[in-house]
Design a protein around this ligand. Structure first.
Ligand SMILES: Nc1nc2c(ncn2[C@@H]2O[C@H](COP(=O)(O)OP(=O)(O)O)[C@@H](O)[C@H]2O)c(=O)[nH]1
Ligand SMILES: [Mg+2]
Length: 210
């Protein structure tokens, strides 16, 4: 898929105020500093579309972007950010959980994982929450330019191994770098595939109704 246009629409703290769920939607989430803003800018071919903030945990809203006038890209606030009060954290958690639970057009959640690190419990916990909610997800291993391909691969294998402790099947995964744009095409093509499938399903349902 070519990314022709991307437009920032709105930031909301409540899923009810998000744009009408009329287009397929793809959400990106991960621990703060995982490289989420950089990845979104890399996908968009834009230097500062999603603000690359030096203050972790600054984005506390659900941020909608419209891509190719055809789908929504959603930048969700990072989880596992330590330096906030319990009340603040509980607030974000319920905001994200409600969004994940009630957003009917959500196709898949992309969970970003820092490819430099060993499996982190916070990532595993979040993935298990997605499992409880029954939401499809895929993994994006970020910052792949930082380590050698072998070391990156080892961390990914470890992560997948860890997931196999609780999951029977492993999700799709992508290896990306905001610096080299590695993984950009694969990720956009994957999104395109899902959009095409969801369109087919809508057509099928409409034909059955007629
Ligand atoms: N080398 C390298 N650094 C990255 C990459 N992605 C993000 N970073 C750096 O990691 C830090 C956090 O990135 P940011 O996109 O703000 O993370 P966010 O908090 O998840 O939105 C910044 O200093 C980025 O420059 C990458 O692919 N490669
Ligand atoms: Mg960010």
């Amino acid at each position: 898929m070519q990314l022709k246009t991307i437009k920032f629409l709105q930031s909301e703290a409540d899923w009810r105020r998000c744009p009408p769920p009329a287009l397929p939607e793809f959400a990106f989430i991960g621990r703060s500093n995982v490289g989420k803003s950089s990845l979104i800018n890399m996908l968009a071919n834009h230097k500062s579309l999603a603000k690359i903030s030096s203050k972790p945990g600054k984005t506390r809203t659900i941020n909608h972007f419209l891509v190719n006038n055809a789908w929504y890209l959603v930048d969700l606030p990072g989880y596992g950010y330590a330096v906030v009060s319990k009340t603040m954290r509980a607030k974000w958690e319920s905001m994200i959980r409600d969004y994940l639970n009630f957003r009917t057009n959500l196709q898949i959640v992309f969970v970003l994982i820092d490819s430099r690190l060993e499996p982190q419990q916070k990532d595993i916990d979040f993935i298990n929450t997605l499992g409880e909610l029954g939401l499809p997800f895929a993994l994006i291993f970020t910052k792949a330019d930082k380590l050698s391909a072998t070391a990156t691969h080892q961390n990914i294998m470890q992560f997948r191994q860890k997931l196999l402790e609780t999951w029977e099947e492993l999700p799709a995964h992508f290896i990306t770098s905001a610096v080299t744009a590695k993984g950009r095409e694969e990720l956009l093509n994957y999104i395109e595939q899902i959009i095409n499938q969801s369109n087919t399903e809508i057509n099928r349902n409409q034909n059955e109704e007629n």
